[in-house]
Design a protein around this ligand. Structure first.
Ligand code: 3HC
Length: 323
């Protein structure tokens, strides 16, 4: 039997498209980029609850309120699956929260934009969750086992999120002139930030090359962005909405839509913390963390008590058996 190095064994598993599990040896850089991506993905889910949470008490009907409530609750669940997946790599929940609250960790730029009208709930579901699905379905086949398995359930729920958003936009687009205008206004504000969700252009992405080599990413940022544009432009036609991009044009030769230049200065500015809602989002998250301290203390006290009860029951049993 030839003795191969841990690295060769890892490379062999990646080349054979096998998943890497928590107990497997993995290169430190692989572990680090997974912790970075998965924890930031989890932060995005949790912060992503805020823009929509803003409309739960103002939803136009009880049905809309119930659907939005279910969606926002789903995002919390997505965050928990992803924090748990990241913990299997050796980082604690508290460390991840500290990185988010200190501003050290990133979360998706898209959640730093305000949700101004009810139509934003439609645009966020349709475009943001639509972009999330485009980016997350390939992650169901990412090379790290716990991440891939978390993604399977997340993607099932994302499809409901995208559909409920599209339905809101469809109802508005078939409504009054004011409602149609509200839908178009939301589309105009959310279109470009949704394209930015896929990350910087491949040529400026420091992580994509390794992530593709390690099969963390199955497609590059630009490839997924293009897929999203091609699909969403057709959906906009059904809604009778105009894509806010004067350079958008079908390119027969490429078999894709050509689209205008993305404002990467805006993207970098928002990622740096200067978006319309960055400060508010982080303050809300920190306030929730501080106000939730008593819940964590009570849960820990309860767990300690249960542990003590179990230990005393075990020692009583041991004494009884010994007698
Ligand atoms: N917002 C904030 N930061 C971003 C970003 C964005 N939209 N896109 C990229 N960045 C950051 C990256 O984190 C990286 O910074 P870092 O090295 O300090 O972490 C830097 O910009 C360069 O970007 P890269 O393309 O090199 O980084 P990645 O290879 O990590 O690719 C990504 C970026 C495509 C977002 C990838 O991290 C990814 O697929 N993440 C998992 C999915 C995810 O987070 N989706 C978006 C939000 S989740 C969501 O929308 C849920 C829905 O239910 C609401």
């Amino acid at each position: 039997m030839t003795v191969i190095s841990f690295q060769e064994h890892f490379d062999e598993k990646i080349d054979k498209d096998q998943t890497i599990e928590p107990k497997d040896w993995m290169p430190e850089d692989y572990r680090k980029t997974l912790i970075r991506q998965i924890s930031q993905h989890a932060h995005s889910e949790i912060v992503g609850m805020l823009p929509e949470g803003n409309w739960i008490s103002r939803a136009p009907t009880l049905r809309r309120k119930a659907v939005l409530l279910a969606k926002v609750q789903d995002e919390a669940g997505h965050g928990l699956y992803l924090y748990s997946a990241a913990e299997t790599l050796g980082i604690s929940r508290d460390e991840m929260y500290a990185q988010l609250h200190s501003g050290k960790a990133k979360y998706s730029s898209i959640f730093n934009y305000p949700t101004i009208t009810w139509a934003d709930m439609g645009a966020v579901g349709w475009l943001v969750d639509g972009a999330a699905i485009m980016n997350q379905v390939p992650l169901c086949r990412t090379s790290y086992g716990p991440y891939a398995r978390a993604m399977v359930r997340v993607c099932k729920e994302e499809s409901f999120h995208q559909r409920q958003g599209f339905e809101i936009m469809l109802n508005l687009s078939k409504g009054t002139e004011v409602q149609r205008k509200m839908a178009q206004d939301a589309f105009n504000r959310w279109w470009w930030p949704s394209l930015m969700m896929f990350g910087p252009p491949d040529a400026e992405s420091p992580n994509t090359e390794n992530s593709v080599r390690w099969r963390i990413k199955r497609f590059t940022n630009d490839e997924l962005r293009q897929k999203f544009v091609d699909v969403t432009v057709e959906q906009a036609k059904i809604l009778g909405l105009t894509v806010p991009d004067k350079d958008l044009k079908w390119n027969e030769e490429r078999g894709h839509y050509d689209f205008g230049v993305i404002d990467w200065a805006e993207f970098k500015n928002v990622v740096k913390g200067n978006g319309p809602c960055n400060r508010q989002r982080l303050e809300t998250r920190k306030k929730a963390w501080e106000e939730g301290q008593w819940v964590r203390d009570a849960a820990m006290a309860h767990a300690e008590k249960r542990k003590a009860r179990k230990a005393s029951a075990a020692s009583t049993l041991a004494e009884a058996n010994a007698a």
